[in-house]
Design a protein. Structure first.
Ligand code: NDP
Length: 337
């Protein structure tokens, strides 16, 4: 399948070009707001065509035999890119967060559905082997009554990424839109539900300029579970972990909330702690394999466009709660991941 990249981004450069090629597909064109960036990206990655956003909007992508589009420009530009892909009749993999508001995210999903193309959201963390194993344990043995969850997902944002993410709210900056969406998706994948209510505080610990760089929130699920989540950009020495605590057993995944595969999973039970064997695989490549299954109409674990709407709804509720100081109902009906 031939892909267009809409966005000459770091994530495309570091992970997705390689993953697209590794799954057996081709990257044939890159599109950027700047002709120089498009050309430089095409040269660096051996991509045949380089166009600007304006050229793409004017029809430059027609006739290239494209089957799919990967959208990884800034978050404010995702909607136009996905609508263009749907118009071209291409399947779409869109980066998270899908958009800055739910109306835009829903329009993207609706456009893909109307065009009869598959839409995925690039929530790669659900594909970590630890999360897949956790889901299997939850489905097969369970942890007794699920009582609580804890997600520690505070990172140090690398210098080269300290651009629009930390100083441009209009482009969709801020740690909540960047990381809380991933946590909502990983938990949605594990639990089969999204929170219905959130209570949050955000903070600027020195990196954010007009956006938050730290967020802590409590998420309440319809099933009764309560989850504590922490997202941050400014903690270079923090470990990350995702834990689910039941009244009979618990699961603790450590070091799994990264771009690179890795981490460990411990199943704590009355008869002792058990380290579960993990089969680590490139998370982005895994996601593309799942997308190919979706395109073939097979059962798959791709994060759908709808999953991207759900995760965005959680992040927006976190921001609203932090802004108002009140608990906020998540603005979608909740549902199955
Ligand atoms: P980048 O900042 O690298 O790229 C985003 C856009 O910024 C590019 O599309 C480009 O616009 C513009 N840009 C890039 N370099 C420059 C520059 N030197 N000067 C001016 N503008 C520049 O962002 P990321 O790759 O970190 O993120 C892109 C998207 O991917 C976001 O939606 C993000 O949330 C998501 N993401 C997802 C991850 C995941 O694991 N699923 C991980 C990281 C990011 P143009 O296209 O016009 O050239």
């Amino acid at each position: 399948m031939k892909w267009a990249l809409l966005g000459a981004s770091n994530i495309a450069s570091e992970w997705m070009v390689g993953a697209i090629r590794a799954v057996g597909d081709e990257v044939v064109v890159v599109v950027s707001g700047s002709p120089e960036r498009a050309q430089a990206f095409a040269k660096q990655h051996g991509v045949a065509h380089a166009f600007t956003d304006a050229q793409a909007a004017d029809g430059a992508l027609a006739g290239l035999g494209l089957g799919a589009v990967y959208v990884s420009n800034t978050n404010d530009k995702h909607e136009a890119a996905v609508l263009l892909a749907a118009q071209l009749g291409c399947h779409v993999l869109c980066e998270k967060p899908l958009a800055l508001d739910l109306g835009a995210a829903q329009r993207m999903v609706d456009a893909c559905r109307a065009a009869g193309v598959v839409m995925g959201t690039n929530h790669h963390l659900r594909h970590n082997s630890a999360h897949r194993q956790m889901r299997q344990v939850l489905r097969e043995q369970g942890l007794g009554r699920l009582v609580a969850g804890r997600v520690s997902h505070s990172v140090f944002l690398r210098q080269k990424l300290q651009g629009w993410r930390v100083d441009n709210p209009a482009a969709g900056g801020g740690v909540v839109l960047d990381i809380a969406v991933h946590n909502a998706d990983s938990l949605g994948f594990l639990l089969g539900e999204y929170p219905v209510e959130v209570m949050a505080m955000t903070h600027n610990s020195g990196m954010g300029q007009g956006v938050e760089d730290t967020a802590m929130s409590l998420w309440r699920y319809a099933s009764g579970l309560t989850v504590f989540t922490h997202q941050g950009f400014t903690t270079p020495h923090a470990s990350n972990r995702l834990e689910l605590l039941g009244d009979q057993a618990s699961l603790e995944a450590r070091g799994v909330l990264n771009q690179a595969p890795g981490g460990e999973l411990i199943w704590r039970r009355a008869d002792g702690d058990l380290g579960l064997r993990l089969d680590h695989d490139n998370l982005y490549l895994y996601g593309l394999r799942e997308m190919h299954k979706a395109i073939r109409g097979e059962v798959n674990d791709m994060a759908t466009g709808e999953a991207g709407v759900q995760s965005l709804a959680v992040a927006l509720a976190v921001l609203e709660s932090a802004r108002t100081g009140r608990s906020v109902a998540v603005q979608t009906p909740g549902g199955v991941a």
